[in-house]
Design a protein. Structure first.
Length: 400
């Protein structure tokens, strides 16, 4: 670009004019429709339209029609919709590897669920009060739990902070979200019974016996979860060189996301969290399981292979649910096996450092708060309570 210089000084007004002209040229270049002069002498072009796809615009001169185009695209660039801001923020995080594909997909799904209409608004048209009231309305509308609302608030905060950095908004995002009028009583309480969350002693005995008597690749994987507490994504990505005697290294997990409407399962070369990098111990009673694993597809890189392809997490989940139904056990996911394993360790007063090492947690309080459940059935609980001396009274008449 040529700068006008007078008396050794750059003419800043000229520079600004040249920059503005350059921007206008770029906006015209990105216009996807032809600008033409009709037989009636009128200049015409199309502009994108959300409802109709495109709309025709007419002006008397070429200069005027180009001005219409420039103003339209300036508006789009300088005042995108909320959805466009979100997509730019979400895609940028993925590109910079700040999130994985699964998180990128999950956050997009959350946005689509809540921002279907509000997301069409121009970012510069919203104010802090509208954002606060919009988020507060989502709680009763979708009967959100505290965790569900936290996820929604998290993507809203990230998106708006990106808008602030791009100078699309000028209000304090953190301060606005702190002004939300919510309390614990606003959220749906996700109440889960113990029988839904863990396998009790009787169920586990029945399940383990069935798995051992019907050993195949899938059942060996499920059995390995029961005796080590490893995550299902960690199990299906195990390699033969991860095993060393009665232990195996946890160094990777599986991630799942959608591409063109289809789920894709891939190996992620690090566990779910930093604490997930660990060595899982297999009990001595299950040394034989290590030998079985050693002979599963010994020529393949991964342990759990079927028809030349690695078994994915969904395959193991489906198998586990089928077994539960077959054995008349309340259907429970692989994550409930982890809760069962953690509850067994805690009930047996295992050292806290060993517990977090096996579970891949950073702190035993996480295990105690989110994983510890009562594994005794109703009759066992009744027997324990009834055996307490203070609740035994020979003077109470017994029914014949």
């Amino acid at each position: 670009m040529q700068y006008a210089v007078e008396n050794g000084m750059i003419d800043l007004a000229y520079v600004r004019e040249q920059i503005e002209m350059s921007k206008r040229d770029e906006l015209l270049k990105q216009h996807p429709y032809t600008i033409w002069q009709g037989r009636d002498g009128v200049w015409k072009t199309y502009l994108p339209d959300q409802e109709k796809g495109r709309v025709l615009r007419k002006r008397s001169t070429e200069k005027e029609i180009k001005e219409v185009v420039i103003e339209y695209w300036k508006e789009q660039v300088e005042n995108p919709t909320i959805e466009e801001v979100f997509d730019e923020w979400n895609d940028r995080r993925l590109e910079l590897k700040k999130v994985c594909e699964a998180t990128h997909l999950r956050d997009k799904q959350t946005f689509n669920r809540h921002f279907a209409e509000f997301g069409k608004r121009k970012i510069k048209s919203i104010n802090p009060l509208e954002i606060e009231e919009f988020l507060e309305r989502q709680i009763p509308e979708y009967n959100l739990t505290a965790k569900g609302f936290a996820n929604l608030k998290c993507i809203t905060r990230g998106m708006l902070k990106r808008a602030k950095r791009r100078k699309l908004i000028d209000f304090n995002v953190t301060e606005s979200l702190q002004e939300l009028d919510t309390s614990d009583s606003d959220f749906r309480k996700a109440v889960k019974e113990d029988y839904e969350e863990v396998y009790n002693d009787n169920e586990m005995q029945i399940m383990m016996q069935y798995l051992i008597e019907n050993l195949d690749m899938f059942n060996i994987g499920i059995l390995l979860m029961f005796v080590t507490g490893a995550r299902v994504g960690e199990i299906v990505t195990l390699r033969h060189d991860d095993f060393d005697g009665c232990s195996f290294k946890v160094r990777r997990t599986e991630t799942c996301y959608k591409v063109d409407g289809k789920y894709v399962y891939r190996v992620k070369e690090f566990p779910k969290t930093q604490a997930g990098v660990r060595t899982a111990i297999i009990p001595d009673e299950y040394k034989w399981l290590v030998e079985k694993i050693k002979w599963l597809n010994p020529k393949d890189e991964y342990v759990f292979i079927k028809n030349g392809r690695r078994i994915n997490t969904q395959s193991l989940r489906r198998r586990l649910i089928r077994i539960c139904k077959k054995l008349n056990i309340y259907p429970k996911s692989p994550h409930k096996i982890r809760k069962t394993y953690a509850s067994i360790l805690l009930d047996n007063h295992v050292d806290s450092q060993l517990i977090i090492g096996q579970m891949g947690h950073t702190d035993v309080t996480c295990t105690e708060k989110h994983y510890h459940r009562n594994r005794k059935d109703i009759q066992t609980k009744r027997d324990i309570i009834s055996s307490i001396p203070e609740f035994q009274n020979e003077m109470i008449p017994r029914s014949s």
